[in-house]
Design a protein around this ligand. Structure first.
Ligand code: MTE
Ligand code: MO
Length: 379
């Protein structure tokens, strides 16, 4: 047991060391602007070959831009609780046991650009995701301290609000809610640290929600209020946005609202980070590396094909498997003949979910997870 933990620590440390090594510094500080607004930034695909995404190049998604930085901003816990609480990040850190999780944070719209027919919204390719360690307190511990009566421990909802006000009164606020069952999950955190450092403003300082396995829209930043309520939150960001069809739909078809539900668990997926698509490599040993994850279950295997899907070989996996957490995969082979090589990757989780050749189209283009293909020239 001890040896396993030692090995895991070592692997994570190696991932971090690699991420911050001087030769990688330029890439690790890079973010790619996504769309017109400066607050939406994508992680370069080349960084998807390691366990931890360095914070300076961790994607950023924000609807209205960040509020002013206030490390003492109070967080209120109220609603159906015995005692309402008001605490800031320092008090939270002092009064509850710290918990650290390693988890994938991925926007529901990641990969939207690949859906056909095209869907409106930010045209993310692969860069609206990353993996980091998040440290904070269990939402469960916070709710316990406030006191939730037994009859409210099921079928209620925790409404979650951040300090980023909408730009105009006519614009709806980014109000979200999660079911109490998910709020009580031991991995759901109110986090104050990311990758071992205090949260940066872009990523939600001083406090943000962490909901491993669920899409990024649940991970509310700049927290001001958590409120236990009987009903799910309403408003644009719950009732209209971030919803998926309950059944398979014909690409391009309209879906009636009653056949939509909130987008929660992200599906099994793998992305090749190296080599870069369209690049070159000398003849000889070739290496395909990437990341694989599923919101639902730990990754069981990743297969790579270099013959357009006719045959598949199991890739070597690195990192601790877990639901909502990525592992790094690697496949090596030799290519002595010059010419074009095309590699495909396909992940399967322990519940038997396998990455599909084509992603399920849906009106908002969420949860794209088709096989990733990368081509390069061997010279
Ligand atoms: N308060 C607030 N929280 C928010 C958002 C927002 O606009 N406002 N955007 C959400 C969305 S859609 C995503 S994908 C994640 C992105 O987190 P990151 O910017 O730390 O990568 O934050 C979520 N939390
Ligand atoms: Mo998102």
């Amino acid at each position: 047991m001890h040896r396993m933990i030692g090995r895991r620590k070592l692997l994570e440390a190696a991932g971090l060391a690699l991420a911050f090594s001087p030769s990688r510094r330029a890439l690790a500080d890079e973010l790619l602007r996504q769309g017109r607004d400066p607050q939406n930034l994508a992680t370069p695909t080349a960084l998807f070959d390691r366990l931890i995404t360095p914070t300076p190049s961790f994607f950023v998604r924000s609807h209205f831009g960040p509020p002013a930085l206030d490390r003492e901003r109070p967080l209120r816990v109220d609603g159906l609780v015995a005692t309402a609480l008001t605490l800031d990040a320092a008090e939270l850190e002092r009064s509850f046991p710290p918990v650290t999780v390693t988890a994938v944070l991925q926007c529901a719209g990641n990969g939207r650009a690949f859906h056909e027919p095209r869907v409106p919204g930010l045209q993310w390719t692969h860069g609206a995701m990353g993996q980091a360690t998040f440290t904070g307190v269990r939402l469960r511990d916070l709710l316990r301290r406030a006191g939730v009566a037994a009859e409210n421990l099921a079928h209620t909802h925790v409404h979650v609000l951040g300090a980023d006000g909408p730009p105009k009164p006519s614009t709806p606020a980014f109000l979200r809610s999660i079911p109490i069952e998910r709020a009580l999950d031991p991995t759901t955190l109110v986090a104050y640290k990311m990758n071992g450092e205090a949260l940066t403003l872009a990523h939600g300082a001083p406090l943000r929600l962490v909901v491993p396995g669920w899409a990024g829209d649940h991970w509310v930043k700049w927290l001001t209020k958590l409120s236990v309520q009987k009903a799910e939150a309403t408003g644009f960001y719950m009732a209209t946005a971030y919803r998926m069809p309950t059944e398979k739909v014909t690409p391009g078809a309209a879906v009636p609202p009653e056949k939509m539900r909130p987008a929660t668990t992200f599906p099994v997926k793998s992305i090749i980070g190296s080599p870069a698509d369209g690049g070159r490599a000398p003849a000889g040993p070739q290496r395909v590396a990437g990341v694989a994850f599923s919101g639902d279950a730990p990754i069981a295997k990743v297969e790579v094909s270099i013959d357009d899907g006719k045959t598949w070989r199991a890739a070597k996996l690195e990192g601790e498997p877990g639901a909502g957490r990525w592992v790094v995969f690697e496949h090596r082979f030799d290519r002595t003949e010059p010419g074009r090589v095309r590699a495909l990757a396909r992940a399967t989780d322990r519940k038997g979910n396998t990455q599909p050749e084509r992603a399920a189209w849906n009106p908002s283009g969420y949860h794209w997870n088709a096989w990733h293909a990368v081509s390069w020239e061997v010279a």
